[in-house]
Every structure is written in C-alpha cells, then in structure tokens.
Design a protein around this ligand. Structure first.
Ligand SMILES: [Fe+2]
Length: 369
C-alpha cells in the first residue's frame, strides 16, 4: 500500500483555515517536550512503530470523520503510523519531512497598534517560534529579523502594494539563519545592521539614536546590548519596539552565548542597563520580540505585550543589579543546538541551502524566563 503524504505547506493551510484534522505526534516523550505542533495529540509510539510491534496505536481513539496527519522527526516512522491507521480505515497521511520540515512552516498575525497610521505584521515560524516583522507606512515597508524565505515578505509587501526599502536585523542570531541579506538583495532594499565587527559582508550600520524614514513614519535605533554586544532595538513611531532577543513578553535575553562565565556576568550587567533603557519608553508601546518560548498557534494572535504589562514582572527583576545578574545566570536554558555553526554562517553571510533545516531544527533557546 502506498502511504499518503501531506506537505508542510498544505498542513499549514489546513490549520490556518481551521479545517478539521487530527495531527498525531508519534515521537518520544523527550522529543515532544522539545517542541511540538500546537493542537497536536501525542502518543509515544515511536519505538513500537519502528520495531513493527503489532499493538502499536491499537488503543488510540481519534475522530473518524476527519483526516489524520502523523508526525515524527524526519517523516519515516510517521509513514508506518499512517499505514497502521489507514489499515484501520482512517484517512491517514504522513507529514513529509516530519518536524524538521515543519521547522519552516509559518503564519502571520497583524499587530494592533494605538497609532493607526502605521501597520505591523508579525511573521512567525510556528515550529521554532522565531518572530519577524514587516512594518509599513504610506506605501513603504521595512522588514525586521527575517527568518523565513524572502518570498514570504515579498508576497505580503506585494499584496499591500508596499515597497520594501529596508531590511534590518536586531543582532547576529544564534537560533536561526538570517534571511536579511537574501531578502535585501531580492527586494533591492538597504541592509541595515547595528555597528559591529562580527559580520564579514557589506551592510549599512545603524547606530544608537539614528532614524530612518519608512513612508511617513520613523524607525529609531536604540542600542540595547547584553544578549549580544551589538543587540539593538528599533522603535517604530513610538508605537512599537522590536526588541530582538533583549526583552521578550515573558523573559529576557540570555547573556552567555559565546561568553566565558566572567564575560557572561559582565553582559548580564549590560543587559540590566539596556532593560532600564527600554523601560523609559511609554507604557503603551508594544513590545515585539524576535521569538516566543512556545510553538505558535494558528490563532492569528500576535505574540506581543504592552510595556506597561511587561513591566509588572520586569520591575521586580530589575530591583537590583546583582540580584538580576544572579537570577539570569541561575536560569540559563541549555545551549541551543548548532549555535556555533549558525552564528558563524550569520557572520559570514553564507546561506547553506542544503542543510539549513537540519541546522535550525529544534526549539528556541535564547531566553531566560
Ligand atoms: Fe539571539
């Protein structure tokens, strides 16, 4: 029997359209806790399926009136699961490429802002939780921290008749390969990065306090080092601030990647000051970070929070510098997989098409929460 397959883009469309479908994750408990497709069911049947045990999935109770999509890490064991379910009469398909391929699935959400003269769309890699943005005013647009294929941003811009003038990164990313250079080239836009000696390719530096015009709106650079030395936030018309991996809606950036313990402590102190700078912005301003800590649901809800709301917990974290440094250093998540290679590629500006998904697979680990 031929196993039916489903491509990630089709599953993405089904979920976005709220089409009835059961997504059945058959990976191990360990893999499941790393990251998962929102709304999916989990049955740890990985070993049983791989070993051809006849009882695998026999206790499973799922609706018979809708397709079931089976998911594993790379799309092999999920084929066995789909065959087992098909033999029991289900319309079962295996997700081609598994979670590795799903790592590139994305969706978009509009961000509501107090300033109606500007538009912000959040483009999210649903599996990894990477958040990127296209901001617009009066027919012009800028893209911040692009993390999915350039065509996604070009399509959004084209649909709204926006012309992309600028592409910016908040910092040298460690969790995903930056698409900023590729997008800038394809869009004919200027590539803007914080001043630094890390990137080994041509870019226009945007320094603390510098402003660029996007239509009739202003994007202002606010240097917020700590997570990395060059980390910079961008304030859009004082209505939204793109904080990169400096400040999240529920945590702060980790200061320890590429740093020995002393350097990490110094960076945590720098981060403390940067967070104090961000707290000076108006309470209504929308905090828009570069990633979420959980895979993102297909709910159209942006991952965002007003500074005033974030400040409810942040003020406690910042009550003293030494307590902040201790807190951050005691809660560091495990080092992200492949970050040395990803950082090296992001510094070189090369984009390896062959093993990009392999490198990027896995959860985001840039935050302390
Ligand atoms: Fe980062």
């Amino acid at each position: 029997m031929m196993t039916k397959q489903i491509e990630t883009h089709t599953l993405r469309e089904w979920l976005e359209a709220h089409q009835p479908v059961t997504v059945l994750d058959v990976r191990t408990d360990d893999d499941r806790t790393q990251w998962a497709i929102p709304g999916s069911l989990h049955v740890n049947a990985y070993e049983a399926l791989r070993n051809g045990q006849p009882g695998a999935l026999v206790d499973l109770v799922i609706p018979a009136d809708r397709p079931v999509v089976t998911v594993c890490n790379a799309g092999k064991v999920s084929q066995i699961a789909a065959e087992v379910l098909a033999s029991r009469g289900f319309d079962a398909r295996s997700l081609t490429g598994g979670m590795k391929a799903w790592s590139l699935a994305w969706n978009a959400a509009d961000v509501p802002l107090v300033d109606s003269s500007v538009r912000v769309t959040q483009v999210r890699r649903t599996g990894k939780g990477c958040l990127s943005y296209i901001v617009a005013s009066d027919g012009e647009a800028a893209v911040i921290d692009p993390s999915v294929t350039p065509e996604v941003y070009l399509d959004i811009a084209q649909r709204h008749r926006w012309s992309i003038r600028y592409v910016l990164d908040t910092h040298v990313h460690a969790d995903h390969l930056s698409r900023a250079g590729a997008l800038a080239r394809q869009a004919g836009a200027m590539l803007l990065l914080p001043p630094q000696d890390r990137a080994r390719f041509a870019f226009f530096p945007i320094s603390d306090g510098e402003r660029i015009r996007v239509g009739s709106a202003t994007l202002r650079a606010l240097h917020t080092p700590g997570h990395t030395p060059e980390s910079t936030s961008y304030v859009f018309n004082e209505a939204a601030v793109f904080t990169g991996d400096t400040l999240f809606t529920n945590g702060v950036g980790r200061p320890d990647l590429h740093a020995d313990p002393d350097a990490a402590r110094a960076r945590a102190r720098t981060l403390f000051k940067s967070l104090g700078r961000l707290r000076q912005l108006r309470p209504e301003i929308m905090i828009l970070p570069a990633h979420a800590s959980e895979p993102i649901a297909f709910d159209g809800q942006p991952v965002a929070a007003r500074l005033g709301d974030v400040d409810a917990w942040l003020v406690g974290w910042l009550s003293s510098e030494s307590a902040f440094v201790d807190r951050v250093r005691s809660r560091l998540p495990p080092t992200p997989p492949n970050f040395v290679r990803i950082v090296d590629l992001n510094e070189s500006g090369d984009f390896p098409t062959s093993d990009a998904t392999e490198l990027e697979a896995g959860a985001n680990r840039c935050a302390v929460t």
